[in-house]
Design a binder for this molecule. Structure first.
Ligand SMILES: *Cc1c(COP(=O)(O)O)cnc(C)c1O
Ligand SMILES: [Zn+2]
Length: 614
């Protein structure tokens, strides 16, 4: 059912494609397709006067969608996002006309909703029975929301490490989610095969998506009261959005609504430079990045479908492509939050990072009107945001604890920035004076002597394991010490342990603990070594201590690559009065970390019980 006001054309071989033959890729050469409008007809469909007066909503732009007249628009009232003048950051950067188009304000928290309207409406128009899409997370969330609204089952393929918020969204919208042990590129191949084999509608960065996403450009023009910005800066993953935004400006220009087209700047993280690498090296196609390495998961796309369109948009608009380091992205993300109260996910902070680089390249004038496209909301990926900050100290509900928080300026502790996490601080055990100095210098933190001693003790386990202490390690130890403010006296300390691990038998642990000055020993079996050690400690304390603690939660996090990994153990202990404490400990040794966490939790809980009992 080809409409007469547009047709599909391949951006590779240039052939015209029938909508009934393919809507994803050219079936001759495999390249991406584009919607080619008949501008004479589009002009009749689209009336500028109407656009000036009508409120900005996605349905207002219906004339610009390649949909049949009778097709129902599957809409969640996306679009109409605010264009915000970010004056504080603009002042710091000497760009007084710096704006941010906050696409995070779309229904599922990402610009992709603009595209999903057209895509899912088209799926209905073509009589689809189900939808499938591959995603790094946001596409999954958006497509499943619109599929739910349309009443279509939605299959979603995502890589295993997809940020939790995005996964939670897709699941909540009722998607049938499958986690793939591979990259986004693997998911894409599978989704295309699945669509062909089961006759599902293939959603994603395909031809109709851009036709919805181009409305971002229309809105920017309207938000600026029909003035055209000089520069628009867009993060690039598949390149679909950048190409769509350019197409939007181009359409308004061809229709005579605007007199010029802004320069379009594409930004990618250094760990996944595809379109930008092609732009810089003047390649025709983007080089393949087999293993994207960036915190910007939404743009960690090694094989972008719309590289050709994005490259054309950057070149034809006299724009530029640049890459930026992840460390700067985290800074920009923090700045947007702390200065402008805009919380975005890392990928959405990419355009802000670009400003300084563009200034150095003399690409920007001070008078330029610049629009940063902030693509997605920060709540989708809280882990990456939290990683950039120290864990807040946990204290008892008492004003004296608050006093300490203020006095020691615990809120002012600097985090080991992303770039510095691996910086090695000690290869050997430092003196107490040296440690004090280092903590002050690296974190601007001020610890009590007893806490510094604790940290020193913990550093010993790192050195004993042959692991140099990195800045991230020291931060964990400092955080541990601080969340420890509370308990002044330790009643229990593990002095020694022995582990027996034999094939085909449960591990057995023997343990010596000091409790209220007395030495206690016990042994126990467990399903694993950690379980055996904790069971042995509890068995040693049984009948000796009035504390009846329960281990209600136990989590292990391993901080990254290889043998040098630091293990963080988080335990939640609860007593019979339902007092509870969350204790955290770090060590290169999972047993040592588990013992330390248990010890800490136990002591705090004991102390708490005593105090409340009095
Ligand atoms: C999808 C996405 C991008 C990249 O857009 P493309 O169209 O793939 O280039 C950027 N930021 C966020 C938050 C996204 O979800
Ligand atoms: Zn082709």
């Amino acid at each position: 059912m080809q409409k007469d006001f547009y047709r599909l054309r391949c951006v590779g071989c240039g052939k015209t494609i029938q909508e009934s033959d393919a809507v994803a890729r050219c079936h001759f050469c495999g390249e991406a397709l584009r919607v080619e409008w008949d501008f004479f007809k589009l002009k009749k469909r689209a009336q500028k006067e109407f656009h000036k007066l009508a409120p900005t909503t996605s349905s207002k732009y219906r004339a610009f969608y390649p949909l049949a007249a009778k097709t129902k628009l599957v809409s969640l009232q996306e679009g109409d996002t605010p264009l915000i003048k970010i004056s504080k950051i603009g002042k710091i950067l000497h760009q007084p006309n710096l704006f941010l188009k906050n696409e995070a304000m779309n229904p599922t928290g990402v610009f992709k909703d603009r595209g999903s309207v057209v895509e899912i409406s088209k799926a209905l128009e073509l009589g689809a029975k189900a939808v499938v899409c591959a995603s790094t997370g946001n596409m999954a969330a958006s497509v499943s929301a619109y599929a739910a609204l349309a009443g279509l089952p939605c299959y979603v393929l995502i890589p295993e490490n997809t940020p939790l918020g995005k996964l939670a969204q897709a699941m909540s919208y009722g998607a049938r989610v499958l986690s793939i042990r591979g990259t986004y590129a693997d998911c894409c191949v599978l989704a295309e095969q699945m669509a062909a084999k089961y006759n599902f509608y293939l959603a994603g960065d395909y031809v109709f998506r851009g036709e919805g996403q181009k409305t971002c450009a229309f809105e920017i023009i309207e938000n600026l009261d029909w003035k055209v910005p000089d520069v628009v800066i867009v993060p690039v993953g598949c390149g679909t959005n950048l190409a769509a935004i350019y197409a939007g400006f181009l359409e308004f220009h061809k229709l005579g609504f605007i007199k010029k087209i802004p320069k379009i700047v594409g930004v990618q993280p250094a760990g996944c430079s595809t379109v930008v690498a092609a732009f810089t090296k003047k390649f025709k196609k983007a080089p393949f990045v087999a293993h994207p390495d960036t915190i910007c998961s939404a743009v960690g796309i090694g094989k972008p479908l719309d590289d050709l369109k994005a490259l054309e948009a950057i070149r034809d608009s006299k724009g530029i492509g640049i890459t930026v380091p992840d460390a700067e992205v985290i800074h920009a993300q923090k700045d947007l939050g702390a200065q402008e109260a805009i919380f975005v996910e890392p990928s959405a902070a990419l355009p802000l990072v670009a400003i300084k680089i563009l200034q150095k390249k003399k690409f920007l004038k001070a008078s330029d009107t610049i629009v940063l496209v902030a693509t997605g909301v920060g709540l989708k990926d809280p882990k990456s945001a939290l990683d950039a900050h120290p864990t807040p100290p946990a204290v008892e509900p008492e004003i004296s604890e608050i006093d300490r928080f203020i006095k020691y300026k615990l809120y002012a502790i600097r985090s080991a920035g992303f770039a510095e996490r691996k910086k090695i601080l000690f290869r050997q055990k430092p003196t107490l004076a040296k440690l004090t100095q280092t903590i002050k210098k690296e974190f601007s933190a001020n610890l009590k002597e007893s806490h510094r001693q604790e940290v020193l003790l913990a550093i010993e386990t790192f050195i004993a394991k042959g692991k140099p202490l990195t800045k991230a390690d020291l931060q964990s130890l400092v955080e541990e010490a601080l969340s420890d403010l509370t308990y002044e006296t330790r009643v229990m300390r593990v002095q020694d342990y022995e582990l027996k691990i034999q094939k085909k038998r449960q591990p057995r642990a023997k343990i010596t603990v000091e409790f209220l000055g007395k030495k206690l020993t016990a042994s126990a079996k467990g399903v694993g070594p950690v379980d055996a050690v904790i069971s042995a400690i509890r068995s040693a304390l049984k009948n000796k201590s009035q504390l009846k603690e329960e281990l209600v939660d136990f989590e292990v996090f391993v901080d990254a690559d290889g043998v040098d990994a630091t293990t963080e153990v988080k335990m939640k202990l609860e007593d019979s009065q339902k007092n509870s404490v969350v204790a955290i400990a770090n060590s290169p040794d999972i047993i040592a970390a588990s013992i330390a966490a248990f010890e800490k939790g136990y002591n705090i809980l004991y102390w708490k019980g005593q105090k409340i009992g009095k």
